[in-house]
Every structure is written in C-alpha cells, then in structure tokens.
Ligand binder design. Sequence first.
Ligand code: NAP
Ligand code: GCO
Length: 267
Amino acid sequence: MAYTDMFSLQGKVALVTGGSYGIGFTIAAAYAKAGAAIAFNCRSQAHLEEALAVYRQQGIDAHGYICDVTDETAVRAMVADITATLGSVDILVNNAGIIKRIPMCDMEADAFRQVVDIDLVAPFIVSKAVIPAMIKKGHGKIINICSMMSEVGRETVSAYAAAKGGVKMLTRNICSEYGSANIQCNGIGPGYIATPQTAPLRQRQPDGSRHLFDRFIISKTPAGRWGETQDLEGPAVFLASAASDFVNGQILYVDGGILAYLGKQPE
Ligand code: NAP
Ligand code: GCO
C-alpha cells in the first residue's frame, strides 16, 4: 500500500464527541481533510452553530448533533441518525470531557460523579453504541482521549484523574474484548494543550506576567511550550488509519516530553 493510501480516511465515517471547539474540533477537521465524512456532537446550540460555520469556512461538510454523551438514549438516537445519513461509524473519538479543579476534601460527591459520568462513563456509552456495527462491518477504530492524569496526579483534579485513569483501562479492555473483531482501540494522552479547558491556567496576571502554573508547565515540558490542538492531528489520523492496524490497546502521549522528564533542579 502506498504511504499516502495508508494514512487516508477516504470513504470512512468518523464521529468525534465534543467536536465543537478545542481538541475535538481540530481532530474532526483533520479527519475530514484526510477524506472522512464527519459527525460531531456537543451540548450547546450556540457552540454547534458556531462550529458548523467554522467547518464550512474550511470547506468541511460536518454533521453536527446536540447530544449529551452521558444520555444513553440520546447517544443511540444520534448514532442511528449518523448511520442512516452517512453510513455506520468506522472511527469513534471519545473526546468530550470536562474538568473541575477543586481540592478533594472540598469536593461534593455529586461534582465528582459528574466528572466521572462525562469523562469515563460516556466513552463506555458511546463505544457501546458503535461497536456492534463495527463487528458486523469487520473493522473499527476507537480513540479515547486520555490525559497526563491517566498516569500522574496533582492537587485539585481527583475526579478528573480517576476518570482519565479509568479511560486508559477502558481502552485496554475494549482492545482485549474486541481486538479479535478487528477493532483497534487506542488512547491519545495530550499534554498541556491551549484550549478553553486550560484557559484559566494560562490567564495573565494583573501585572501582565505569566500565570505561575503556565510558567511551571513550560519549565516541565522539554519542548518548552504548551501544545496546540494541531499537535494532535498527526497522531489522531495515524490511530484512525490503516497505518495503525496492528496497534491496539496503547496510549500515545503527545506531551512535548513531560512524562519522560524529571524536571529542572530549582535555582
Ligand atoms: P474543551 O475545550 O473544554 O472542549 C470540550 C468539548 O466537549 C466541547 O465541544 C464541549 O461542547 C464538549 N462537551 C463537554 N461536555 C459534553 C457532554 N456532556 N456531552 C457532549 N459534549 C460535551 O476541552 P479540550 O481541552 O478540547 O479537551 C478535549 C478532551 O481532551 C477532553 O476529554 C479533555 O479532558 C482532554 N484533554 C485536554 C487537555 C488539554 O490540555 N486541553 C489535555 C489532555 C486531555 P459543549 O460545551 O457545547 O458541550
Ligand atoms: C489540569 C489540566 C489537565 C490537562 C490535561 C493534561 O488542571 O491539570 O487541565 O489535567 O488539561 O488533561 O494532560
């Protein structure tokens, strides 16, 4: 197979959850540019309309849905509509996610559950909705968006870390359970990426200087910068394409080297 064909997504149908902005938008747009028909969902009508306009500006005919990924009935209806309109889903990216930064002992159990519901239970719900058709078709790709917090913790993100650690193991379990049906399920673990989710960590101080956390992350990243959503395009296309057909159950960290690095000695 020619290298260009190996990475092509021509003729494939991709569903990217939370594809209205941030990482999900960039991945869905990359898939469209690689040849796939794309569908995405989000919760807000305003986000949906803004996203559809930006996709159109880029020459992409995206199919957008209002659908909360925690609502199993709504997810099933969305998948049925995608199947009727575009064909059955060949590539699923479980990207929709939230974070709540609250010290663990101050966090209500309901808030913890909400994070786990969106970040961990939903990838189970959406995967479950697409796997039967993938089995029937004889192939499928599922990409779960994990995190640095699938491996390490930090103050205030207990629910997020618990959920993202869980998504890593859900990834390995889908690989274990459905690898024999030619379904590859892998994860991408983005490092610190500039999106609305991380905007509070990059907010400038009143004197114009960088946020302490922003400086901390740059010092912890061998690449010496925050990631951009575009840094995830190549890895996401690779894991959705035939080029990765024997890669299964892996988490690909796209973090500018953070997880490999001990950090600088304080001066
Ligand atoms: P973001 O900028 O906050 O975007 C989140 C997207 O998910 C939006 O499209 C949002 O749209 C949608 N969404 C949220 N909850 C939803 C729900 N219940 N149902 C359907 N859609 C929902 O986040 P991001 O930074 O791009 O992050 C995307 C994924 O990567 C998340 O899983 C995140 O944890 C993970 N991640 C991010 C980073 C980072 O540094 N940014 C690093 C590692 C991992 P609506 O608001 O309209 O619903
Ligand atoms: C935080 C961050 C994260 C990142 C990301 C790292 O508060 O530490 O928001 O957790 O967004 O998931 O990979």
